[in-house]
Ligand binder design. Structure first.
Ligand SMILES: *Cc1c(COP(=O)(O)O)cnc(C)c1O
Length: 425
């Protein structure tokens, strides 16, 4: 296939500027091709992708197995709606529930829809199974959360940009500090608490990793009170943090969790998205056991595209790639190498103060105020040197390359990061 270079970067940026809503502030690079850990701009310059579309492309860009599956299914059957059965949804539901160890799945498309779905299931379970009075259910959420962009989800965000002027807000959420088990214990004393919705690592907040036992203790407290523990693993799940899921904690099961590890924390509701399709197609999923999922009856929730054969086939291929290429183990091993190198580098520079993360979801904290442009300027310099990353929350840069990266490539990337920061003025 011939690659026709129709637009220059400048022209492409101008078109977006003029005809698109200004709801993003992208780094000034226009990409037109991707393969594995690499992307190319329209001028043909090659970059390491260190964002992976916010961890949607864990399996690498245009993975041949995923793209091949997509092509094949696209030529066979793409969408039936759920008005009829299709021959891929059932096998997919069996596959994904066995893969993650839950009785049932509810298929959706985007992450935010997955979160909305989990909230609805949690509330319905509270009213029908736990006797919480109608319309009184509360869901505990954490400060600094990011769960998507719908009206309900931004109602409990602390990000003023995400929230301001979009009210009136959906009631029924209690905000507590993240990684504060006492605050959770106090909040759970409210008899109308239906659940606790949490990111096992706060991604958008800047890769905030909670204390070692936080998730396990939180899950145990929820269980004691009958509240549902809802894990939003849209960004952390699917091998990114060196486990199949982040709630798996730091247990050392090699393949995927067999639910035997003492440290394994099992959510009552699990939300997945992003890498569930390897970035090829929007696919999200909510998983729970029968006891919880069966509160949803026909007509009570749905989506025209949710569970479509194309998305289901793509998701199965994307999950197979995780196993085939041992992405969990690779993320864990390379993550350790990355943090070790960055920790050594920090000692030689005043520009960064901290590196943190798990697996290949990491961030460096820049030694400047959150409203400074230093992190942005470093990302522009990294771009010039062939590596793409994006600041999050002002002075933090997230580093999340595709998990198909080799050790050699990772060292090359660390070289770029170190020399860019060393030369930065
Ligand atoms: C990206 C993300 C979402 C939202 O997913 P969309 O597909 O953008 O709607 C929700 N929660 C977390 C933790 C995320 O990282």
């Amino acid at each position: 296939m011939e690659i026709t270079q129709k637009l220059t970067s400048e022209e492409a940026i101008k078109l977006e500027e003029k005809h698109g809503a200004h709801n993003y502030y992208p780094l000034p690079v226009v990409l037109s091709k991707g393969e594995g850990v690499y992307v190319w701009d329209v001028e043909g310059k090659k970059y390491f992708d260190f964002l992976s579309a916010y961890s949607a492309v864990n399996q690498g860009h245009c993975h041949p197995k995923i793209v091949g599956t997509l092509k094949e299914q696209a030529e066979t059957l793409t969408l039936t709606s759920r008005a009829f059965f299709n021959d891929i949804l059932g096998p997919y539901e069996k596959y994904i529930t066995e893969y993650f160890g839950f009785d049932k799945v509810l298929p959706m498309n985007t992450g935010a829809e997955g979160v909305e779905t989990a909230i609805k299931i949690c509330r319905k379970y509270a009213y029908e199974k736990r006797g919480i009075p109608e319309n009184q259910a509360k869901i505990i959420v954490c400060d600094g959360n990011f769960h998507g962009r719908t009206t309900t989800v931004i109602s409990f965000s602390n990000d003023e940009d995400a929230r301001n002027s979009f009210g009136p807000y959906t009631p029924g959420f209690l905000n507590i500090p993240y990684n504060d088990i006492e605050a959770l214990e106090v909040a759970l004393e409210d008899e109308n608490v239906a659940g606790f919705l949490v990111e096992p690592i706060q991604g958008e907040a800047g890769v905030v990793v909670p204390d070692k036992n936080y998730l396990a203790e939180a899950a145990a407290l929820c269980k004691k009170k009958g509240a549902l523990f809802i894990a939003d693993e849209i960004q952390t799940g699917i091998a990114r943090t060196g486990g199949l899921l982040r709630v798996c904690g730091d247990c050392s099961c090699e393949h995927k969790c067999e639910r035997q590890e003492a440290t394994y924390t099992r959510p009552d509701i699990l939300i997945l998205g992003k890498a569930l399709s390897g970035g090829a197609y929007p696919v999200s999923a909510v998983l729970a056991d029968d006891e919880v999922m069966n509160v949803i009856k026909p007509g009570q929730h749905g989506s025209t595209f949710g569970g479509n054969p194309l998305g289901c086939k793509v998701a199965m291929a994307a999950l197979e790639v995780v196993n085939d290429e041992k992405l969990i183990q690779n993320a864990r091993r390379l993550g350790e190498i990355f943090r070790e190198r960055m920790n050594k580098f920090i000692e030689t520079t005043d520009t960064i103060t901290l590196v943190r993360g798990r697996g290949l979801l990491n961030a460096i904290v820049i030694n400047d105020t959150p409203d400074s442009s230093t992190a942005w300027d470093i990302c522009v310099a990294l771009k010039e040197n062939g590596l793409l990353a994006k600041p999050t929350h002002g002075n933090i840069i997230r580093f999340a390359p595709p998990l198909v990266m080799t050790e050699e490539q990772l060292h090359e990337c660390c070289d770029i990061i170190e020399s860019t920061i060393r030369d930065f003025k």
